[in-house]
Ligand binder design. Sequence first.
Ligand code: NIG
Ligand code: FE
Length: 406
Amino acid sequence: MSLLIINIQGLLLGTHSKTPLIGDKLKTAEILDNAFLLIVHGRIADWGPMSACPERADEIIDAAGGFVLPAFCDSHTHLVYATPREQEFVYRIQGLSYQEIAEKGGGIINSARRLQEAHEDQLLEDAHRRLLEVIAQGTGAIEIKSGYGLTVEAELKMLRVIRRLKEISPIPIKATFLGAHAMPMEFRENREGYLTLITEEMLPRIAAEGLADYIDVFCEKGFYSVEETDRVLEAGSKYGLIPKIHTNQFNCMGGIEIAVKHSALSVDHLEVLNETEIACLRNSGTIATLLPTAPFFLNDEHFPPARQLVESGVAIALASDYNPGTSPSGNMPFVISLACIKLRLLPEEAINAATINGAFAMGLEDELGSIEKGKKANLIITKPMPSLAYIPYNFGGSIVERRIVF
Ligand code: NIG
Ligand code: FE
């Protein structure tokens, strides 16, 4: 089966790299003008100028002057949840903070209560609908976390939903176990009890069923301490689970150091970050995953110091953090716009951070994230546009004309 895309105004070519793009390389964007792209059996087979375009293929798509880009690799989401939390959005407009809402049993605890009551089939149906929605917005691979279960059964239920979603999904999915997302109310006076539940009951069962690819902890004041994070990551490593952790969303408290100590694949959020932590990330192999829609939606003035990270040679990825509390959207073109506007990334840097570096942040760099021969042809065809910078410039618009996923 061959598929030929013709009349591509600009084809964004990737250069093979064994490591995420860092520093000056992050703005690499080789564009072939007036090009064709040939896909064979779902893999990128060839490209070139239209003057050398093959004459035949099983199917031909006319890009009609649009650009062709790799689909977005969204390496951090909480796509499986029971109900939206728009009431908390209203509370915040009225002046309550995210942490105040969490302390009152809202926030993650509220989502956990709802998810514990929800039926697995319903969770699957809702998550599947959201998945198709983000694919339509240009996502071509996605990571999904548990963490709204917070009981053995409900965490397993969430991870089984993710597994079933993997089976029916048109795009690759990676699953992350986030049992240490918030402390359940009934364990607030017995934190030890819940940590033991994670390490002695949840982890062995998750490993036995092969339900998770990664392990996550929300390392933050009011959630999990550095020592607790260390312990959960240590327990996860016994089952071969690589960490991707939430840290530095509101406070610098040592989460970065502990993540690097455990060779985390990524540290995510980093709205607050000090010089020592940036130095610790440099050459660590851990990717800084930035989630600009979270502080935007919380109306928090702190956005991650992306420029400093890039200029220090730290690898950055961009992801949506799609979740009902802090980012009820998985719209990656909007994430890219915000990254340009609030993080001062150049359009090319933001696009690379949302594609190839996102693929690295979910272990999919050999398969996805860039237009290279042999890679899976999960791609976006844009509407006709003058240049790559038009994507973030056109914020809130719908620049994706067509998606191709295999
Ligand atoms: O990445 N910060 C922790 N977890 C999510 C929010 C979860 C929620 O509020 O439901 C995040 O922002
Ligand atoms: Fe998150």
